[in-house]
Ligand binder design. Structure first.
Ligand code: CO
Length: 133
């Protein structure tokens, strides 16, 4: 576990949210990426060694649409950078953590990612991410 790589922020309208975050952070998002099979459209801001990831639903079946049906806009997940996602998943599974995806998958920003179920982490959604080599 290296550092907080990014915080995921669920937004209903990315264009509207970007105007607010541009002003808040006094910079523009440096990257936009749609991850179609995940149902998310992402916008990244750099903030020191960490990032903010704005997450907008691409359709009604998106996990973000489902999240926003139950929760207000805002904090969605914390992503922790790891050197080796396979060994970290193995270690955490032995500790009893349950993963939403059993194997690492391709995420935005050139990463391999895996989500730990919030039930395992006191209600918080945690993403592990490793840079793809
Ligand atoms: Co993320």
């Amino acid at each position: 576990m290296n550092k907080i790589e990014h915080l995921g922020i669920a937004v209903a309208d990315a264009e509207k949210a970007k105007k607010i975050f541009d002003k808040l952070l006094n910079k523009s998002s440096y990257k936009a990426e749609k991850v179609e099979f995940e149902g998310v459209s992402t916008h990244f801001y750099e903030l020191g060694p960490n990032k903010l990831e704005l997450l907008e639903a691409t359709g009604p079946d998106s996990p973000i649409a489902k999240f926003l049906a139950k929760n207000r806009e805002g904090f969605h997940h914390v992503a922790i950078a790891v050197d080796n996602i396979f060994s970290e998943m193995g270690r955490l599974k032995k500790e009893g953590f349950v993963f939403i995806n059993d194997k690492p998958k391709e995420g935005a920003d050139n990463k391999l990612i895996a989500f730990i179920h919030p039930k395992s982490v006191n209600g918080m959604l945690v993403e592990l991410c490793q840079d793809k080599i």
